[in-house]
Ligand binder design. Structure first.
Ligand code: F6P
Length: 339
């Protein structure tokens, strides 16, 4: 049994731990692994290399992906299964483990429907993939943002400023809500909950007049601006909007409404880089092992998912559902600490 592994879409901490898990499980059970480099592009262009247990030693704690990734896609930039068939056949791939976000997993499902045996592993810092309680990468991103908020708080306090911190998450507010709670933010704006800037300005005034004359406001990148649409910066390879810029709009409005000095910190790709937390290493390892076991057992059309404390297989078609939105009970928790 020869299992191919690829990482596709945006990177996130824990990808190497997941690759290592797949390889350990497949080779440990007598199978063989090959790595496809640069995501779907590698499957289209024949970028395949052997992946032994030795090749994945020492990568557990490394950020990024040893296989590389790309935003290229056989259905967007090629003609579907036909554009990967040659690589699959010449490399002798019996099953493909795809470690990807919802876009890459939807592509995996389409290839599966055309006859390629596939097992999916969900990954993203955004935590928005349907069918799983959590994705690896998320906790690391939350930790990075929390560390940044801790630092931004001391400079905001020194200068009596409002610091608006824009974080990733696409259409979901998971990172914003969790890091906002962990960092003790004064306000958290997310796509799932409407906000009122006049109310927020009033809250900030109350807090600052009471002597706490600095504030942290966390804004998820997908939060609509007061005009009603999210701020965007062009489109990605799939034609989807690239989000970003809402922090600047919110900061300008808050400065106008309160007269307080407002600054913006867009954390951007820092949230995706570097070593995964212990939690994400363990989660990614377990998901990789489970995916390897399913591939070896000849299962296909499934995604490994987190259900409570367990890793379970779910139909890959689950990724056709809309992105998993923030549980807004977290926003209610956060609100008890607002002025
Ligand atoms: O999905 C992960 C993510 O980091 C989002 O939070 C962000 O909107 C997007 O990817 C950025 O994508 P790119 O790497 O294409 O700039």
């Amino acid at each position: 049994m020869k299992v191919g592994v690829l990482t596709a879409g945006g990177d996130c901490p824990g990808l190497n731990a997941a690759i290592r898990g797949v390889v350990a499980r497949v080779t440990g059970g007598g199978g063989e692994c090959v790595g496809i480099q640069k995501g779907w592009r590698g499957l289209m262009e024949g970028l395949v290399r052997p992946l032994t247990r030795d090749d994945v030693r020492g990568i557990l704690y490394q950020g990024g992906t040893i296989l590389g990734t790309s935003r290229m896609d056989p259905y967007v930039h090629g003609n579907g299964y036909e554009s990967v068939r040659e690589t699959v056949e010449s490399a002798g791939i019996d099953s493909l483990v795809v470690i990807g976000g919802d876009g890459s997993l939807r592509t995996a499902a389409r290839l599966e429907a055309e006859g390629l045996p596939v097992v999916g592993v969900p990954k993203t810092i955004d935590n928005d993939i349907p069918g799983t309680d959590v994705t690896f990468g998320f906790h690391t991103a939350v930790q990075i943002v929390t560390d940044a908020i801790d630092r931004l708080t001391t400079t905001a306090e020194s200068h009596n400023r409002v610091m608006v911190v824009e974080v990733m998450g696409r259409t979901a507010g998971w990172i914003a809500a969790y890091a906002g709670i962990a960092g003790g933010a004064e306000a958290i704006l997310v796509p799932e909950v409407e906000y009122d800037l006049d109310d927020l300005a009033e809250r900030l005034r109350r807090r600052h007049k009471a002597g706490h004359d600095y504030s942290i406001v966390v804004v998820a990148e997908g939060t609509p601006t007061p005009e009603g649409d999210p701020a965007t910066r062009g489109v990605d390879a799939y034609g989807f909007a690239r989000l970003g810029g809402v922090g600047n709009v919110i900061a300008a409005e808050l400065e106008r409404l309160t007269g307080y000095e407002c600054r913006v910190m867009t954390l951007g790709y820092l949230q995706r880089g570097g070593t995964p937390t212990a939690y994400d290493r363990i989660l990614a390892t377990r998901l990789g092992l489970a995916a390897g076991a399913l591939a070896v057992a000849g299962e296909s059309g499934v995604m490994v998912a987190v259900d409570g404390e367990d890793i379970v297989p779910v139909p890959l078609s689950v990724v056709d559902q809309p992105p998993r939105q923030l549980d807004t009970a977290r926003m209610e928790d956060a609100a008890w600490f607002f002025a």
